[in-house]
Ligand binder design. Structure first.
Ligand SMILES: NCC(=O)CCC(=O)O
Ligand SMILES: [Mg+2]
Length: 323
């Protein structure tokens, strides 16, 4: 036998030497949920270890993440039902929860990268990502709403705008609105291939943002499709996206790899709430080793081709020195 691959696995030193992929704090974006009020910190029942923070506690949380080397955050608001309407108008309220949170984080920690979510669903009385008329999601009328939301978030200090809605044409529409308002340095991380997935369940609990009727299958992608992601990625690239995101991550590792191999933009993958919940639930039952399952999962997403991983595991992984 001339070839014995086991020789490169014989000791920890050699295994480390030939390790092809590594995880770093700089790979991660940590999603954070925000609620109104003071001194609030409420755990999301289906996401043990993940909390909704009032702005004062959000600042403490960001500070403790910075100490661990975690410097990028994606913020999501949990709004009271009474603030929601057909056109998501609360998203433009300068004194509203979301824009205040962005301003306060950037004022206190100018060095952090704040990623902001552009989508109607947290503010929409219909719980959808687009404007609803007669039970239909109206693409083109939604674009203006999304662009206004993006400009308001850029004004508040967002570094990266992340449209998560899957309306056609929104990347270019938002790009032009940002540029027209003097925000040509604000990036767009497009949710390029966002699938109509069961794995968003716990997130919708966290934000109370589930659709009030129907589902999201007329705008989010069919989980059976891979080639369609190439169409979405081509369009987002032409429209001026700075990052291409695939979401969820685990059931879509082939799509991560496909876009990594075919496009030159950085690839982001969203390791979503249901993926987090599965590992937590199994670990709490003693069915999985949490450290090993978590690191193996994140490594799999990186190995598939993601440069950036949005993950609820980010803080615990760094805090426990798992990587
Ligand atoms: N626009 C952000 C999401 O929909 C996140 C979903 C999840 O974490 O399940
Ligand atoms: Mg698209």
């Amino acid at each position: 036998m001339l070839n014995r691959p086991r020789r490169n696995r014989i000791s920890q030193v050699i295994r480390d030497m030939v390790q092809e992929n590594h995880l770093h704090a700089s790979d991660f974006i940590f999603p954070l949920f925000i609620i109104d009020g003071n001194q609030k910190k409420t755990e999301v029942a289906s996401m043990p270890g993940i909390f909704r923070y009032s702005i004062d506690n959000l600042l403490h949380e960001v500070e403790s993440c910075l100490k661990l080397g975690l410097k990028s955050f994606d913020l999501f608001p949990n709004l009271e039902e009474s603030l929601k309407d057909k056109t998501a108008s609360e998203s433009l309220n300068e004194n509203g929860l979301y824009l205040r949170a962005i301003k306060e984080v950037k004022a206190r920690f100018p060095e952090v990268c704040v990623v902001t979510d552009v989508a109607m669903d947290p503010y929409s009385s219909d719980g959808h990502d687009g404007l609803v008329e007669n039970g239909q999601i109206i693409n083109d009328k939604t674009l203006k709403i999304l662009a206004n939301m993006a400009v308001a978030q850029a004004q508040a200090g967002a570094d990266i705008i992340a449209p998560s809605d899957m309306m056609d044409g929104r990347v270019q529409y938002i790009r032009e609105a940002l540029d027209g308002n003097g925000f040509s340095d604000v990036s767009i991380m497009s949710y390029t291939a966002k699938y109509a997935s069961a794995f968003y369940g716990p997130f919708r609990d966290a934000l109370n943002s589930a659709p009030k009727f129907g589902d999201k299958k007329t705008y989010q992608m069919n989980p059976a499709n891979q080639r369609e992601a190439l169409i979405e990625a081509t369009l987002d690239t032409q429209e001026g996206a700075d990052f291409l995101m695939i979401k969820p991550a685990l059931a879509y590792l082939d799509v991560i790899k496909l876009l990594k191999d075919n496009f030159d933009l950085p690839i982001a993958a969203y390791n979503v709430s249901g993926e987090y919940a599965m590992i937590k639930a199994a670990s709490q039952n003693g069915w999985l080793n949490e450290e090993r399952a978590t690191v193996e999962t994140l490594m799999g997403i990186k190995r598939a081709g993601a440069h950036v991983i949005l993950t609820y595991h980010a803080k615990e992984v760094l805090k426990n020195n798992w990587i």
